[in-house]
Design a protein around this ligand. Sequence first.
Ligand SMILES: O=P(O)(O)O[C@H]1O[C@H](CO)[C@@H](O)[C@H]1O
Ligand SMILES: O=c1cc[nH]c(=O)[nH]1
Length: 235
Amino acid sequence: MSVHIAAQKGEIAKTVLQPGDPLRAKYIVENFMEDVRLVSQTRNIFYYTGLYKGREVSVGASGMGAPSIGIYSYELYTEYDVDTIIRIGTCGAYTPELKVFDVLNVENAASESTYAKFAWGIEEEILSHQGNVFSVINDTARNLSLDLKTTNIHTSDIFYRKNPGTPEIAVKHNCTAVEMEAFALFANAQYLGKNAATLLTVSDIIPTGEFISADMREKALTPMIELALETAISL
Ligand SMILES: O=P(O)(O)O[C@H]1O[C@H](CO)[C@@H](O)[C@H]1O
Ligand SMILES: O=c1cc[nH]c(=O)[nH]1
């Protein structure tokens, strides 16, 4: 049991799929997995452990933003001996060349966040995925004939902003999309020597204002979910 997760030691699998949204976690275990146990519901952030194709996988939410995923991923890595976290999130595209429901595998996350610097003394403003899970995801997508794009993304603390233009840091690092957690996840994994990847489904096209509904953000992300689950059992 950790401060924010009620599961007992041993109740969380070595690989965790981590959406931002607790209801997306519930949707995944109810629709894709078997023999599922709810192992934590502290703060209504649900964690489940069950079987996918006979292999144990855990699924649980990060909440929104770097501070929240910073807490959950740190406790998973350090208190539950988790080896690999695959974030499965949604993102806004900075370019209309991306389309809603495109799936992205994040190579690097750039951020104005001070999380990495003040937590771990990591000074870089751009951090890479950690370990081999990024390349296992790419191989798995090829085997599934799934169109997967690898890209740099921007991890921002901001969802709503005055200026609709692409922020300077995103331009500087060729970030095609924005979300709110990958940078902190990669920072924790880098500091702790763990594995971390981030898969994102495009839910908004920022320049055109196109977006998908909250319900679809919970339920219409099947290609990304299947890719993450197939990767989890290939590690
Ligand atoms: O869909 P999730 O995983 O929550 O990810 C994105 O959606 C939330 C904002 O709507 C932020 O958490 C952002 O990173
Ligand atoms: O952080 C996010 C997530 C989805 N869409 C956005 O525009 N930003």
